[in-house]
Design a protein around this ligand. Structure first.
Ligand code: PAF
Length: 307
């Protein structure tokens, strides 16, 4: 089986490299702007600092009919438009969504009602140093699971992923993994982006209060959604602390998006918290949401903010 990677960002390229290293057949689905500019190989800097040339087959939307398994690494706000270009995707092809945040899968399901739809949650670290040069910055866990009934028979996909990535596991409740990742992103990403700091700087005393208040708001909203599967607040705090420490020298993805003048995943991260807060006050989350919208030039009318 051939894997097709949609989204040639840092993580998409690192995954291409790791799968190719294990002898998997991998194609990169590219957009129009890459036509004529695609390098025959991308360069992967491994965790040990070694440089490796990775060959992958370039593909364009007209090749959608031949895609056997689609791994979607585009940003949350790009997923739907990128998939609309692949309308000839066979109905039997599994689509695996790996973006940060939540709120996209429902739209993908509507576009491709018959395809097996899966989600993946990965904590590998990756940085794009320049076009076609990517660095694998951290080994993490990868979880895969079904978002619809048709996807329930695709658990065998974790085997080759486990070989290539070191860890990959199937979960029948992948939405729980997605929500747990979102809870971490909803604290780290807006705070680092708004304050122009690395993840590790969040542990400086000057951020102690806001970190505590935002963690509390996010925990209250997400634990209500998790119901009896909710982790304790201490477990959440420990997990957050661990991610901050493990990624301390990194700039979060939202920080990078803002710094490069790109759109952000604000709507799918903090926006998701606001949309699910119900009667619970979430003043810090709300203020950061608006600040990010303002900084990225996508401020919406006040009425749009009534999630
Ligand atoms: O979005 C990100 O940057 C990452 O998911 C995380 C875990 C916050 C580390 O930077």
């Amino acid at each position: 089986m051939e894997w097709t990677i949609l989204g040639a960002g840092a993580l998409g390229c690192v995954m291409t490299g790791l799968l190719r290293q294990r002898g998997e057949s991998v194609a990169l689905m590219l957009s129009e702007r890459h036509r004529g500019h695609f390098h025959p190989s991308l360069e992967l800097i491994t965790l040990t600092g070694a440089h490796q040339l990775i060959q992958s087959r370039p593909r364009f939307p007209e090749h959608a009919r031949t895609v056997e398994c689609l791994l979607v690494f585009t940003k949350a706000y790009q997923v739907v438009d990128a998939l609309k270009e692949l309308r000839h995707l066979p109905a039997s092809t599994p689509i695996i969504l790996l973006h940060n945040g939540l709120g996209v899968a429902e739209k993908v399901q509507a576009l491709f009602p018959n395809n097996p739809l899966l989600a993946g949650v990965s904590s590998h670290g990756a940085i794009k140093e320049r076009d076609w040069l990517v660095r694998h910055t951290g080994k993490g866990e990868t979880w895969l699971g079904p978002l619809n009934d048709a996807a329930k028979t695709w658990s065998h996909l974790v085997k080759p992923l486990e070989k290539a990535l070191g860890h990959a596991e199937w979960s029948d409740d992948i939405a729980l993994h997605q929500r747990r990742k979102l809870a971490i992103n909803a604290v780290i990403n807006p705070l680092t982006a708004c304050n122009n700091i690395t993840n590790g700087q969040l542990l400086e005393p000057r951020f102690a209060d806001v970190l505590e208040q935002l963690s509390e708001e996010v925990y209250q909203v997400m634990s209500r959604l998790d119901g009896d599967k909710a982790e304790t607040q201490d477990a959440f705090r420990r997990r957050l602390q661990q991610v901050i420490e493990l990624t301390s020298s990194n700039h979060s993805s939202m920080h990078q998006d803002l710094a490069h003048g790109r759109p952000t995943e604000n709507e799918y991260i903090s926006g998701y918290i606001l949309a699910n807060a119900g009667n619970q006050p979430v003043p810090v989350c709300s203020q950061l949401y608006q600040e990010i919208e303002r900084k990225s030039g996508t401020a919406k009318p006040a009425q749009r903010m009534q999630h």
